[in-house]
Ligand binder design. Structure first.
Ligand SMILES: Nc1ncnc2c1ncn2[C@@H]1O[C@H](COP(=O)(O)OP(=O)(O)OP(=O)(O)O)[C@@H](O)[C@H]1O
Ligand SMILES: [Mg+2]
Length: 549
């Protein structure tokens, strides 16, 4: 459909007259054909074009104010709307998408995109499907698929205000990872709200409802006391459906923790770190119990007065804060080895979901650090010692919810020094080892710049505050004119920037609603079941299915 005519073109900017009666939206993708080249435009602003004199405007507005009709005889020649757009790509005869190197001529026609145009933009040739391409607020039928192999090693940043749809997107992404037939990717999720497994509220869905969860989900929770498969049942459209999911208890014994698990939270000063190492050298596997249980004076003496009393006291307090009250970290030995089990699961391409609704902030930080550190260490070692084995390992991405807590300037700067934590290390060095971060935050403005820059895939949901969108725009390609658009996104709407995935511009998308994905899969499952029931009836075999229960 024709929506306008080009009236000006300069640099990467095109201004076009909007055809009468047509509505063009901010963020909309459009095309212009000119001399065998198809230009793809993205609208970012509007401006009325007026040749009326100030006297005429005063007279006409005054008339309207008094309720009189305003008739402008040569209106279309003297007053019209224009839209301003950036040229985001040009497609030449070879059908290959290039960055823009020319502009369309004046008076070329501007048209809406059809599905063929969208297909040409190669938005759906990846393997991780997360939503539909959007035109204005309307979703099209064209899916947006990220290329996991390219996207995974370079980190993903998901940002959006509260309620914008970050957790929904997290679930969609986890579902996409599980749906890839081979175990090429693994994902580690920490859920402090208990919203990922069964959904945040009754009636909503979670990862357990995915048929793939039986094979691909590794669930860590305190609902079991030993690693085992647990059967979860739920009813959908009156039919009971079962899932057998592997569940590992959420417990780690003190003896499995090392000084680095604490140090790499970034919470300890150099003298406190020294104390941790000293205790480790002196007491080995009892080091943690020694530091948390013994009196300060005993520690002071046992360590030959090599640590300051104040340092001992503060360190004890920090350790206790992180170890919590014994729900997750246990003084006594436990029979399981969660950290080892997670490494195994990651190596087999699972989605590891650590469900910890009751964890304190300290416990969460220690657990996330201990897990991330092991994964990074193992991948690094395998890469160095057995590169052929490393080649075969899945790409692993570790989710950091509230990423600003770990990766802000404030969290990474001590009184006099810059303190690294495991996530700042992974954001810098993980790429080489196939280990990366999935950073989720409502306050990207707080993040340190390298994290924003190094997250080569950014999915930006509604972000109304200036310091937040400004920071993202500053460190991302293709977003120069996008501030108005970022402010106006609805729930679940996003812009995706992912040059590594072959996207040459910020793609407007509507993220799938996770509930819709599940319903579609469950409908398929039910249809499949009824076909199987019919089959078995035909051959006279006995059967039981959930239809009969
Ligand atoms: N793509 C979407 N399509 C339809 N509904 C959505 C979509 N994304 C999110 N929602 C709905 O919006 C609500 C908020 O979403 P969600 O919990 O994902 O937001 P959030 O960004 O994680 O918020 P918070 O910052 O509070 O954690 C939920 O009820 C969810 O079902
Ligand atoms: Mg959330």
């Amino acid at each position: 459909m024709k929506v306008g005519v080009v009236v000006w073109a300069e640099g990467n900017i095109v201004k076009f007259r909007v055809a009468e009666g047509v509505r063009v939206e901010r963020g909309q993708l459009l095309k212009v054909y000119d001399k065998e080249v198809k230009y793809i435009l993205r609208v970012f602003d509007f401006r009325p074009e007026s040749l009326l004199t100030p006297a005429e405007i005063a007279r006409l507005s005054h008339k309207r104010e008094r309720g009189e009709d305003v008739v402008l005889y040569d209106k279309s020649l003297r007053l019209y709307d224009t839209a301003i757009a950036t040229i985001i790509a040009q497609i030449e005869e070879d059908a290959i998408v290039h960055g823009p190197t020319s502009v369309p001529s004046l008076f070329s026609n501007v048209e809406t995109l059809d599905e063929l145009d969208l297909e040409q933009l190669n938005l759906d040739n990846g393997d991780l499907v997360i939503g539909y391409v959007r035109i204005g607020h309307k979703a099209t039928n064209v899916e947006i698929k990220l290329k996991g192999e390219k996207v995974f090693p370079h980190h993903i940043l998901i940002s959006g205000v509260t309620g914008a749809g970050k957790s929904n997107l997290g679930k969609v992404l986890a579902g996409a990872v599980m749906s890839v037939p081979e175990p090429k990717y693994s994902l580690v999720l920490f859920d402090t709200e208990s919203e990922y497994f069964q959904g945040a509220r009754p009636g909503l869905f979670g990862l357990v409802h995915l048929p793939e969860a039986e094979e691909r989900l590794f669930y860590v929770s305190n609902i079991v006391s030993e690693p085992t498969k647990v059967e979860f049942r739920f009813t959908y459209k009156g039919v009971e459906i079962k899932r057998r999911i592997f569940v590992h208890p959420l417990e780690i014994s003190y003896s499995k923790l090392y000084p680095l698990d604490f140090i790499l939270t970034g919470e300890f000063t150099p003298p406190q770190e020294e104390l941790l190492w000293l205790a480790w050298k002196t007491k080995r596997s009892d080091w943690l119990e020694f530091l948390t249980e013994s009196t300060t004076s005993l520690i002071y003496r046992a360590l030959s007065k090599m640590a300051h009393v104040n340092t001992i006291n503060t360190t004890k307090r920090k350790l206790r804060h992180m170890l919590g009250s014994g729900e997750i970290f246990k003084k006594n030995d436990v029979e399981t080895d969660l950290l080892q089990a997670i490494i195994g699961a990651v190596g087999r391409g699972k989605v590891v979901l650590v469900d910890m609704p009751h964890a304190t902030e300290g416990e969460e930080k220690l657990l996330a650090t201990a897990i991330a550190r092991r994964i990074f260490k193992v991948y690094e070692e395998i890469r160095k010692n057995a590169p052929h084995e490393w080649e075969k390992l899945p790409y692993v991405m570790i989710m950091v919810e509230e990423a600003h807590k770990y990766l802000s300037k404030q969290s990474l700067t001590g009184i006099s020094d810059v303190r690294e934590n495991i996530f700042s290390i992974i954001s810098k060095r993980g790429r080489k080892y196939k280990v990366s971060g999935l950073y989720i935050t409502q306050m990207p403005g707080e993040l340190i710049e390298p994290v924003i820059r190094q997250a080569l895939t950014k999915i930006i949901l509604s972000l109304p505050t200036r310091p937040d969108y400004q920071k993202i725009i500053e460190y991302s390609p293709y977003l120069d004119e996008a501030s108005q658009e970022l402010k106006a996104l609805d729930k679940g709407e996003a812009l995706v920037v992912s040059p590594v995935s072959g996207l040459r511009f910020a793609v407007p998308i509507k993220v799938f609603c996770f509930e819709d994905i599940i319903k579609e899969k469950l409908d398929e499952e039910l249809a499949f079941k009824s076909v199987k029931v019919l089959d078995k009836k035909k051959y006279g075999k006995t059967f039981t299915t959930s239809h009969d229960t």
